[in-house]
Design a protein around this ligand. Structure first.
Ligand SMILES: Nc1nc2c(ncn2[C@@H]2O[C@H](COP(=O)(O)OP(=O)(O)OP(=O)(O)O)[C@@H](O)[C@H]2O)c(=O)[nH]1
Ligand SMILES: [Mg+2]
Length: 299
C-alpha cells in the first residue's frame, strides 16, 4: 500500500552561525535564505518549501538563538520561541567543528520544555569540516545535552545526508494535503528577498559590530522607464553611525559600488531580468535599540 501524503512544518534552531540557513537552502534546493560567516545573519522566520511526491515539508529557518544585547536581539529570540511552538518537528543544529557549549545547553534547556509535544532531532552540521571520528564524538556530546527523537550528521556543502534528513523530518509530519502550490519555494515577498540579497552582499568583508548594524529596505521596484527588459530597484542601506557609513562607502565609494554590483548580479538571477540598482546609505542612529525605528525596519 502506498504511504499517505504528509505535510507540515519543521524548524531549525541553533546558535548563530550553526549553518541553519545553508541547510535550509540545501533542502529546498534553492537560495531562500541568505547566509554569511557573521553571526545573526537571519533576522526573521523564513519559510522554505520542499516538494516531494510523498510529502510537502515547510522548513522554517529561524535566527540564531543567543544572549540578547539589544532590543533587536530580544526580538530575534522571540521569533525563535514563537516559531518552535508551532511546528511538527524541530531540528536542533550544532556545528561539528565547534565544541558543544553553554549556548547549546541553554537552547537544549528551552527545547526540553516543548520536547514532550514536539519531537526534536539533533543535527550535527558542517561534517565536511572535520574527520569522521570528530563527527562521532560530536554526536555523543550532543546526546549529553538532551534526549533526541533522532540524531543525524549532515553537510549542506557537500550534500552528505541532506536527503536522509529530509526523510527524517517528513516522518514526523502528520498526514495531510499540499499546503503550498507546486513549485513555490518560499512565501517571502520578492521585495524582502531582494533586500536580503543586498544585505548579504553588504555583510561580506565587514567585521566586528558592523554586520549587526546593517539593515536594508527596498522602497520601490518598478519597470525601467522605456524598457521592458529591466527593473529599477530603489533601496536604502541603514547603518547606525556616520563612521559606519564611511566604512560601507569605502575609498571614493568603491566598496559600496562593489556591494551594489554583487547584489545586482544576485537580484538579476532571482528576478530573471536586468536590474538597475539604486542604493543609498542612511544613518539611523542606534536603530537596534530603538523600538520606533525597529518597527519601521520591520521588526
Ligand atoms: N564547510 C561548511 N560550511 C558551512 C556549512 N553550512 C554552513 N556553513 C558556513 O557557515 C556559516 C554560517 O552559515 P549560515 O547558514 O548563515 O548559519 P546560520 O545558522 O543560518 O546563522 P544565523 O542566521 O546567523 O543564525 C557560513 O559561512 C556558511 O557558508 C557546511 O555544511 N559546511
Ligand atoms: Mg541563518
Amino acid at each position: 500500500m502506498a504511504e499517505p501524503h504528509r505535510s507540515g512544518f519543521a524548524c531549525f534552531v541553533g546558535r548563530p552561525n550553526a549553518g541553519k540557513s545553508t541547510l535550509t537552502n540545501a533542502l529546498v534546493g534553492s537560495k531562500v535564505a541568505i547566509t554569511s560567516s557573521k553571526p545573526q545573519t537571519t533576522r526573521h522566520a523564513i519559510r522554505g518549501i520542499v516538494h516531494r511526491d510523498d510529502a510537502q515539508l515547510v522548513i522554517i529557518d529561524t535566527p540564531g538563538l543567543h544572549r540578547p544585547r539589544t532590543l533587536l536581539g530580544e526580538r530575534l529570540n522571540d521569533i525563535v520561541h514563537s516559531t518552535w511552538s508551532e511546528v511538527d518537528v524541530v531540528g536542533f543544529c550544532v556545528p561539528a567543528n565547534e565544541k558543544v557549549g553553554p549556548g547549546d545547553r541553554f537552547i537544549a534547556a528551552e527545547l526540553k520544555k516543548i520536547a514532550k509535544r514536539t519531537p526534536v532531532i539533533g543535527v550535527v552540521t558542517k561534517t565536511d569540516l572535520v574527520k569522521p571520528e570528530q563527527v562521532a564524538e560530536q554526536l555523543l556530546a550532543l546526546q549529553e545535552v538532551m534526549e533526541f527523537a533522532e540524531l543525524i550528521p549532515v553537510s549542506a556543502v557537500d550534500g552528505f545526508q541532506v536527503g536522509a534528513l529530509a526523510d527524517l523530518l517528513v516522518r514526523h509530519l502528520p498526514e495531510g494535503p499540499q499546503l503550498y502550490p507546486g513549485g513555490e519555494l518560499t512565501d517571502e515577498p520578492e521585495q524582502t528577498l531582494v533586500a536580503e540579497l543586498i544585505r548579504e552582499a553588504a555583510l561580506e568583508g565587514v567585521r566586528d559590530e558592523l554586520p549587526h548594524s546593517i539593515a536594508v529596505t527596498v522602497e520601490e521596484m518598478l519597470p525601467h522607464e522605456g524598457r521592458d527588459d529591466m527593473i529599477d530597484v530603489h533601496a536604502f542601506l541603514y547603518v547606525e553611525r556616520p563612521s559606519q557609513k564611511g566604512i560601507i562607502l569605502g575609498h571614493k565609494g568603491e566598496r559600496l559600488k562593489d556591494v551594489g554590483a554583487r547584489a545586482r548580479q544576485q537580484i538579476e538571477g532571482l528576478l530573471g531580468s536586468k536590474v538597475y540598482l539604486d542604493l543609498h546609505i542612511k544613518v539611523a542612529k542606534e536603530w537596534q535599540r530603538d523600538p520606533r525605528q525597529l518597527r519601521r525596519l520591520g521588526f
